[in-house]
Each structure stands twice: as C-alpha cells, then as structure tokens.
Design a binder for this molecule. Structure first.
Ligand code: PRP
Ligand code: URA
Length: 207
C-alpha cells in the first residue's frame, strides 16, 4: 500500500477552513466540495484512458478520454459531502453506498446499509470518507466492498490519523490512501487531534 500525502496549496487552504471551529455548515460544505475535487483529481491519476482523435477548427488533434468504469462509494453519512465533487469530475461514474455508524462510546463501526452497482469486479473504485480515525470504518467498508467483488480500490479522505493508516495498511495492503495530512493522534473518544471535529455534524449542522 502507498499513502499519498497531497501537498497542493489549494488543498491545504481548504483544509484549514474546514479545521477552523468558527466555520459554519454553509462554508464547511463548500470547502468539503473544493477539497474533494482536488483530492479526487490526485487520486485518479492512474485512471485508464483511451486515445481519441478530434477535429479542432484547424486540424485533427489526438487526445485521451477516460475509459474506466468508475464506481464512487461514499461512506454514509459524512462521505456524502465528498460525492458531488467527484461526480463533477467523473460524471459517468456509478455510485455505491455503505452506511456505517461509529458507536459513540466504543468507536466501533457497525454497518446499517450497503448497495452497489453490479460492475464492482471490473470497476475502478473510489471509496470516500473524510475521516480515517481508528480505521474501523474504512476496514469495514473495504471488507464489504471486497466481499461484493471489488478489487481495484483507493480511499480518499480529508484527515487521517496514524492508527487508521496503520490498520488499513495491515489489513488491506493493496489499497492506496490519498489524504492531505496524517494528524498527530486520537483522543480518548477516538477523535482525530487536532482533526476538525465531527465531520458529519459540522457538514449537516447536527452538533
Ligand atoms: C465518521 C467518519 C468515518 C468514521 C471514522 O463517521 O465519517 O466514517 O467516523 O472513524 P473511524 O476511522 O474510527 O472508524 P461516523 O460514524 O461518525 O458517522 P457519520 O458519518 O454518520 O457522522
Ligand atoms: N469521525 C469524525 O467525524 N471525526 C473524527 O475525528 C473521528 C471520526
């Protein structure tokens, strides 16, 4: 597995706004879209493309069109804040959903929903979940995806913690992680520190 730490200044500009406790849901949602677009562009650098020729007003020009069958899988609920950005980049993508909820006292994730398109075994899968904390949700999502036939998977997140990265690395060494940052640690409640708080609550104003 490789962890790709995305250093683009625009990514980090959006990240610092997401981190800022004063940022209200309207701006938080906008920044979530902006950072997701930039991260998704980085995470899909290896997207298969086929050569094509088009006619410009002056002459034929060779180019490439994305030929991969892409499936984007947001982890509910917070991953939904990243979905539209990725569909903006890859409008032809299909979408699967996994519903996972961390228990507030144990931080153990339990699944309440899963629905995927039927092309998973041949698909280029982009799993999106903004927070990779203990990694429990990510490895649960990866296990469900692989049981459904997916094999070509990468994760895009917005803040990662060392524990989450290590767990994914140990259980799913074939999966690449794209993140702008690996924060210092988790607190006693398994929140990422400094992190940005509860992403889903800040996105939807449910604090
Ligand atoms: C958050 C986040 C991840 C998970 C990360 O979701 O979106 O799915 O926690 O934590 P982990 O790495 O320790 O599993 P949460 O369960 O709070 O649900 P929500 O998206 O509905 O807010
Ligand atoms: N989920 C969040 O939303 N934030 C964290 O810091 C950890 C899990």
């Amino acid at each position: 597995m490789s962890v790709h730490v995305v250093e683009h200044p625009l990514v980090h500009d959006a990240l610092v706004t997401l981190r800022d406790a004063r940022t209200q849901p309207e701006v938080f949602r906008r920044m979530a879209v902006r950072i997701s677009l930039l991260l998704a562009a980085e995470a899909t650098r290896d997207l298969p493309a086929s050569p094509v020729t088009v006619q410009t007003p002056l002459a034929p020009a060779e180019g490439r069109r994305v030929s991969a069958d892409v499936v984007v899988v947001p982890v509910l609920r917070a991953g939904l804040g990243m979905l539209d950005a990725i569909l903006e980049l890859i409008p032809g993508a299909r979408v699967g959903h996994i519903g996972l909820q961390r228990n507030e006292s144990t931080a153990v994730a339990s699944q309440y929903y899963a629905r995927f398109p039927d092309n998973l075994p041949s698909a280029y899968v982009v799993l999106v979940d903004p927070m990779l904390a203990t990694g429990g949700s990510a490895v649960a999502a990866l296990a469900v995806l692989k049981a459904a036939g997916a094999s070509n998977i990468r994760i895009v997140c917005i803040v990662a913690a060392p524990d989450g990265v290590a767990l994914v690395e140990r259980l799913h060494p074939d999966v690449d992680i794209y993140t702008p940052v690996i924060d210092k640690s988790l607190n006693a409640q398994k929140y990422i520190v400094p992190g940005l708080g509860d992403f889903g609550d800040r996105l939807y104003g449910t604090v």
